[in-house]
Design a protein around this ligand. Structure first.
Ligand SMILES: [Zn+2]
Ligand SMILES: [Zn+2]
Length: 426
């Protein structure tokens, strides 16, 4: 009996290798995933409940290799907030898709805890060699990382490394993650932005107004058409917002004053797009703001964040009088130019950059700053500067800056504070 089995096995093996040599595509794709995911003494993966699933069962599927670890919060949140839902959607509509978890967990317990939430397959924790080989092969430098492999692509020509970004941006629409599909989606997105109007951004069939002060005042979205609008994505629990919101309020008021002089005070408005956690938090935050807001929890909030690809808050998106996007970097422009940034157009920014270059000519080449013990040197993008975070106000900057050449400390020119003469050494 035993001998017969052996013989059977060896003859099957021979057939397999002949099939490969003959270029049989099924065999090749199966061996493609096997060579990646199986080892010399393991031809299976673990399912969520711990049962073994043959690697060969993945044949013909679009495969996501999910590099992730329980100890890292961005991994956990991508797993629970994006990937599980996407996976379940794709499975329930019969898509030919599978995910294999490649763990960077520190120990078996952490791996098992993490994996217990995952409805897909995993490489056993003990197989360090296979995990290491996959990390190397796909050049995984940061997690979470989702590498997508196409079934009949033995040369990895269609492999995508940015599955995490693609799912964040397009959701399950990105399936089957081919280059053609992504081109289609990008085109759709572009057309959507070209069709963008204030009305289709800010209203839905249940609501055609925004909230104003005092509550419960309602302001029709239609009354904002033709104005420059800032969409302010923020929330009370967001730390950088604590510093930026008061600044934005004061600059908002300065822009309004500037416009009063020109007789068109109503040409500018800001709309708060809240990601606060509850109504009370929203109410208290919105009460501190002089502008309008979308109602707490409104479905438009998620849609807007997705539409403008908002990655972090606070974020200020500027819309022009025609409802089209003028800038997604309103926060940066406010920090750099304050009220002069208005109306945030490219032409205005060009003008301000030229002015700044002109003014920088009259700035001293070096300065002492009360917040730093070394002397600071004036740098521009061309001379060692570039985008930076100001060490004094914690906001972004670009272009001209005062930088400590010794330790990289960098501040906006406007943030340099004179040193009290008595304390200057030497
Ligand atoms: Zn600063
Ligand atoms: Zn220094």
């Amino acid at each position: 009996m035993k001998e017969m089995n052996l013989e059977e096995n060896s003859s099957r093996k021979l057939q397999d290798s002949q099939a490969e040599a003959n270029g049989d595509s099924h065999r090749i794709s199966s061996s493609r995933f096997s060579s990646l995911l199986a080892s010399k003494d393991r031809d299976y993966l673990l399912s969520q409940d711990g049962t073994q699933v043959k690697v060969s069962d993945l044949e013909g599927k679009v495969l996501g290799l999910y590099f992730s670890a329980n100890w890292y919060a961005p991994c956990r949140s991508f797993t629970t907030q994006v990937l599980i839902g996407a996976y379940q959607d794709l499975k329930s509509n019969g898509s030919n898709f599978e995910i294999v978890f490649v763990s960077s967990d520190e120990d078996l317990d952490a791996f098992n805890t993490y994996r217990a939430n995952m409805p897909w397959l995993s490489i056993p924790f003990s197989d360090l060699e296979t995990k290491k080989a996959l990390n190397n092969k796909f050049d995984v430098e940061a997690i979470p990382c989702l590498v997508i492999l196409q079934p009949k692509d033995s040369k990895d020509e269609a492999t995508l490394h940015d599955g995490v970004e693609l799912l964040d941006r397009f959701g399950v629409q990105a399936f089957p993650f081919t280059k053609e599909r992504l081109e289609e989606l990008k085109l759709e997105e572009k057309e959507k932005h070209e069709r963008q109007t204030l009305n289709n951004l800010l209203t839905n069939h249940n609501r055609d107004y925004l909230l104003g002060h005092p509550a419960p005042r309602q302001v029709p979205v239609a009354s904002l058409v033709g104005k420059t609008i800032g969409l302010y994505f923020s929330s009370q629990w967001c730390l950088p917002g604590e510093k930026f919101t008061p600044k934005l309020i004061s600059i908002y008021q300065k822009i309004k004053q500037m416009l009063v002089h020109k007789g068109n005070e109503d040409d500018f408005e800001i709309v708060f797009v809240s990601s606060d956690r509850d109504q009370a938090e929203f109410d208290s935050y919105f009460n501190s703001m002089p502008w309008l807001a979308l109602p707490f929890g409104d479905p438009a909030i998620k849609t807007l964040a997705k539409h403008f690809d908002v990655k972090g808050i606070p974020c200020l998106v500027i819309l022009g009088p025609d409802g089209k996007t003028v800038s997604k970097h309103g926060r940066n422009l406010i920090n750099l130019y304050q009220e002069n940034a208005y109306p945030f157009t490219e032409a205005q920014v060009d003008l301000l950059e030229k002015q700044m270059d002109e003014e920088a000519k009259s700035l001293p080449r070096s300065k002492n700053h009360a917040g730093h013990r070394h002397e600071l040197t004036l740098v521009s993008e061309g001379t060692g500067g570039g985008p930076f975070i100001c060490c004094d106000c914690d906001e972004q900057g670009s272009g001209w800056a005062y930088q400590c050449l010794e330790c990289g400390y960098e501040v906006h020119p406007k943030c340099v504070r004179a040193v009290d003469r008595g304390s200057v050494r030497g």
